[in-house]
Design a protein around this ligand. Structure first.
Ligand code: HEC
Length: 106
């Protein structure tokens, strides 16, 4: 391959790299948007529960994050628990996954 061919090759690859990076941020942003629209009222912007989320741990507590898997969060969000509403008829499985992953970043 000549240098010219190499340059052409990377120019062709570049858009694919860009779109893969955009997908990852779209997932995280989607989780954040869902959290702000659906969870923040009770769980607070930073994950510290308001009185309407009494009984819930703070999501920004490192000990809670270490002890809790994303799968366990997905289950509570989908099925609900006591005063925690069920979201399986309000959010898609993808949205539940994204918002559960977002909790771990608070
Ligand atoms: C109407 C208020 C309300 C809303 C809205 C709400 N929650 Fe909750 N959530 C609660 C309450 C209350 C609890 C505590 C349940 C209990 O007593 O076991 C809770 C508990 C949880 C827990 C369990 C944490 C643990 O490990 O014990 C998770 C995870 C959670 N909520 C995530 C969410 C997410 C994600 C959303 C948005 C999609 C959301 N919640 C929306 C009230 C709410």
């Amino acid at each position: 391959m000549t240098n010219k061919h190499l340059v052409l090759f990377f120019m062709m690859l570049f858009p694919f790299c860009l779109s893969a990076a955009a997908d990852v941020t779209a997932g995280a942003n989607e989780g954040e948007a869902t959290y702000k629209a659906r969870c923040k009222v009770c769980h607070g912007e930073d994950g510290v529960p308001k009185s309407s989320a009494k009984g819930s741990p703070a999501f920004n507590d490192q000990a809670w994050k270490d002890a809790t898997s994303v799968e366990a969060i997905e289950k509570v969000v989908a099925e609900g628990r006591k005063k925690m509403p069920s979201f399986q008829n309000k959010l898609t499985p993808e949205e539940i996954k994204a918002v559960s992953a977002y909790l771990k970043t608070l």
